[in-house]
Design a protein around this ligand. Structure first.
Ligand SMILES: Cc1ncc(COP(=O)(O)O)c(C=O)c1O
Length: 366
């Protein structure tokens, strides 16, 4: 077969272990999954009702233009409806952007220690990948700028960054955007935007107005609690959207996702509650880290990356055997860390108590 050669070097995405698998393997009754930055409080009850009400219409294709959702999102964000593109998760938008701009002969610039799908898609498209290490969990924008040349097609920014939770400072992003050549697309992935509480966070939508080569990606998978329905969106100027849109499959966003997302985006009271609960949860982890003298990255997302100063896989295994699935930092490029999603107060207490047990057991061993 005449496969694209780079594809043969790739492995499929390795999702976290499923709850059922872990229950069976370790004979556990209850499992708490804190591995994929999902919302522990589910979704808005209004979104859940919309899903039930839509079910009788499942034999029909969805609206390929996501008309109602487009209206709801454009109203909520105060952007023009032609500035939006919807995807089967923001994962699909990353794929569409890569497919539209990357090929052998181009290069693409991203951080190393960021969301894996930028690189994964760039490999498939045969583009050269220029990875710039993070500095203290943050994008090194100066080195990223230096890595851009006339063959650069796309630059990827993730803010707050997964897996560190660190965000890009307002003055830094303005400075960066003003220096990137106008024919390079900048993708600003804000999957965790709604969790941000930093007061000096920039206004990404006004950046979209100002910079014609910027697309912001957001998702309904995180704070909106609809990860399983697969829906994300991009916001850019109309010219970018017009070019990307033909690369989008015709019915890419399913009807249940559209119906639920319309309700979800209108229920900002639910979003606010989740944001507040998340901040309290982060404090539980910070307190634990400080008491145990563990380093961590202060996070603007719904997860925290903690340095256990030992093999992250060991911590992961220990916690999994006791009913808590977290993410080892090893495949994320942080070999001594573990990334834990902020859960409910009880879930956080539970995983923290097992983390304490791990540290106590390790202290006796050494
Ligand atoms: C930074 C970042 N971008 C994009 C995604 C993909 O989200 P979606 O579920 O919308 O495909 C994730 C999911 O974990 C993420 O962390």
């Amino acid at each position: 077969m005449k496969w694209k050669q780079p594809l043969l070097s790739l492995k499929p995405y390795q999702p976290g272990r499923t709850i059922e698998e872990v229950k069976k393997q370790f004979d556990l009754e209850e499992i708490v999954k804190l591995a994929s930055n999902e919302n522990p409080f589910g979704c808005s009850p209004k979104a859940a009702t919309a899903i039930r009400e839509y079910s009788p219409l499942l034999s029909l294709y969805p609206d390929g233009y996501a008309t109602k959702l487009r209206e709801a999102v454009s109203k909520h964000l105060e952007v023009r409806s032609g500035q939006l593109i919807f995807g089967d998760g923001s994962d699909e938008l990353i794929q569409i952007i890569s497919r539209s701009l990357l090929h052998s002969g181009t290069n693409t610039v991203m951080a190393s220690g960021t969301f894996s799908q930028y690189k994964h898609n760039a490999v498939i498209e045969g583009s050269e990948i220029r990875e710039i290490p993070l500095i203290n969990g943050a994008h090194d924008l100066t080195s990223m700028l230096n890595a851009i040349d006339e063959k650069t097609s796309v630059v990827w920014l993730c803010s707050p960054n997964n897996p560190t939770g660190v965000y890009i400072k307002r003055e830094d992003i303005y400075d960066f955007l003003s220096k990137v050549p106008k024919d390079v697309l900048i993708v600003l992935d804000e999957a965790y935007y709604e969790y941000v509480y930093a007061e000096d966070y920039y206004d990404s939508l006004s950046l979209v107005e100002e910079y014609q080569n910027l697309i912001v990606l957001r998702t309904f998978s995180k704070i909106y609690g609809l990860a399983s329905l697969r829906i994300g969106y991009g916001i850019a100027n109309e010219e970018i959207i017009k070019v990307l849109d033909p690369a989008r499959p015709p019915f890419n966003v399913n009807a249940l996702a559209q119906a639920a997302a319309v309700e979800a985006i209108q229920d900002q009271a639910f979003v606010d509650e989740c944001r507040v609960a998340n901040q309290k949860g982060l404090q539980q982890f910070y307190q634990f880290c400080e008491e145990q003298q563990l380093n961590y990255f202060p996070s603007q997302g719904n997860f925290v990356l903690i340095d256990f100063k030992c093999d992250g896989n060991e911590v992961f295994q220990f916690l999994m055997e006791r009913g808590y699935i977290v993410r080892s930092g090893v495949p994320l490029g942080f070999p001594t860390f573990v990334r834990v999603t902020v859960g409910s107060t009880e879930q956080n207490e539970g995983v923290i108590s097992k983390m304490r047990e791990f540290l106590a057991a390790n202290a006796t061993l050494s």
